[in-house]
Design a protein around this ligand. Structure first.
Ligand code: 8OZ
Length: 368
């Protein structure tokens, strides 16, 4: 029987084990530039089979939170190079999560304090974080404006540039963030997409932006270096669709032939109940995986949300290839060893999740 501690592949990337560090927003990159402390943090966690960085903005327009990193400028690429060098020196593999927040932003964070952009001019009922006088402060997101169809190729181009920058920064690949109610997810779901052009309405139209982005990124760096994160039923950031099963099956059937390195699925409500439902049917994740496999998807199937060692072992025995851990990895730099030895876990400190310095970041102890 396959165990969590066996090697695996995600496309071109060889993994020492099946335990993945999930992307975790930490708001410790002032001016959107990765710091040396971030290199220490990721290198401490290099025993994970694969590390996925915190969500990283592909452009200034794609920014939605204070002090999250970007990957559009040379200075950001240089900052990330320190991170990838440190992880590789410690024997790990790392991909960067490529992010455009769409409507989940605030005018304070946008170029020229403009409106955030979205498929439709519908404000998300959600909050974002600004840092005021050094203190992280939750604020309502600003009203977005609907993207003109003519602007969409430019955003696809921003993803392409970010992927090229990721390779220049030494990453082993990228994960396209298609989850949690951000721009790609806003296009997918009827609750945030009321467009009447080629990007709205039918399933074919609502999945168009996702497929354009993924195709551009795979053309740029090769599909074996590209993963994608989806969250079919999460309500995060006001994401809403009453018929997620046909929607997400349609999406992965379009992705199958592209031969991605992996698909990363958040099961249930992000960071919440695994059995969360949208619409009137429980979501069938096995059917989603089958739809991807049936159309040529032969990369790794990565699952996430509320896993512990026991649940993760069961998942791997039921066909998951990789399991991503969020808060347990945040609080336990040596998580794979602790799972293997059934050792106790450090408790995550919520007060230091977002913003701050080394406290609650690089000071969680490893086992002796
Ligand atoms: C927590 C806080 C801010 C952003 C996500 C990028 O949910 C995030 C995020 C999480 O995917």
């Amino acid at each position: 029987m396959t165990s969590l501690f066996e090697p695996a592949r995600a496309g071109d990337i060889a993994l020492a084990n099946r335990i993945v560090m999930a992307p975790l927003t930490r708001n410790r990159a002032p001016g959107a530039v990765p710091t040396p402390l971030m290199a220490t943090y990721y290198a401490q966690r290099a025993s994970g089979g694969l590390l996925v960085t915190e969500a990283t903005a592909i452009s200034h327009q794609g920014q939605g939170y204070a002090d999250v990193p970007g990957i559009w400028s040379a200075e950001q690429v240089a900052g990330w190079k320190r991170v990838t060098d440190a992880v590789h020196a410690a024997g790990g593999k790392i991909v960067v999560q490529l992010w455009h927040v769409g409507r989940v932003s605030h005018t304070d964070l946008q170029p020229n304090n403009g409106q955030p952009v979205a498929p439709s001019a519908i404000t998300a009922k959600t909050k974002t974080v600004l840092i005021k006088d050094g203190v992280p402060t939750f604020v309502e997101t600003s009203a977005p404006r609907a993207l003109d169809a003519g602007e969409i190729p430019g955003i696809v181009q921003d993803y392409r540039r970010a992927a090229r920058n990721a390779i220049a920064a030494g990453f082993d690949g990228v994960e396209v963030h298609g989850a949690n109610g951000y721009l790609i997810d806003q296009f997918l779901r009827a609750g945030s997409n009321q467009r009447t052009d080629d990007y709205g309405g039918s399933l074919e139209n609502r999945t168009r932006f996702l497929l354009e982005v993924v195709r551009a990124v795979t053309e740029e760096i090769g599909a074996g270096k590209v993963g994608l994160r989806l969250s079919p039923v999460t309500p995060a950031n006001d994401a809403k669709d009453d018929h997620p099963q046909p929607l997400f099956e349609h999406a992965v059937r379009g992705l199958g032939p592209l031969k991605l390195a992996y698909i990363h699925v958040i099961e249930g409500a992000t960071g919440g109940p695994r059995d969360h439902q949208q619409g009137d049917q429980p979501f069938d994740y096995a059917a989603l995986r089958k739809a991807w496999r049936d159309t040529g998807g032969d990369g790794a199937w990565m699952v996430n949300n509320g896993y512990n060692g026991t649940l993760a072992t069961e998942a791997v025995q039921h066909g998951a290839d990789l399991v991503a851990f969020g808060t347990p990895f945040l609080a336990n730099p040596d998580l794979p060893r602790r799972l293997k030895e059934n050792a106790p876990l450090n408790t995550p400190d919520k007060a230091t999740f977002y913003g701050g310095g080394a406290k609650g970041y690089t000071d969680y102890p490893a086992l002796a």
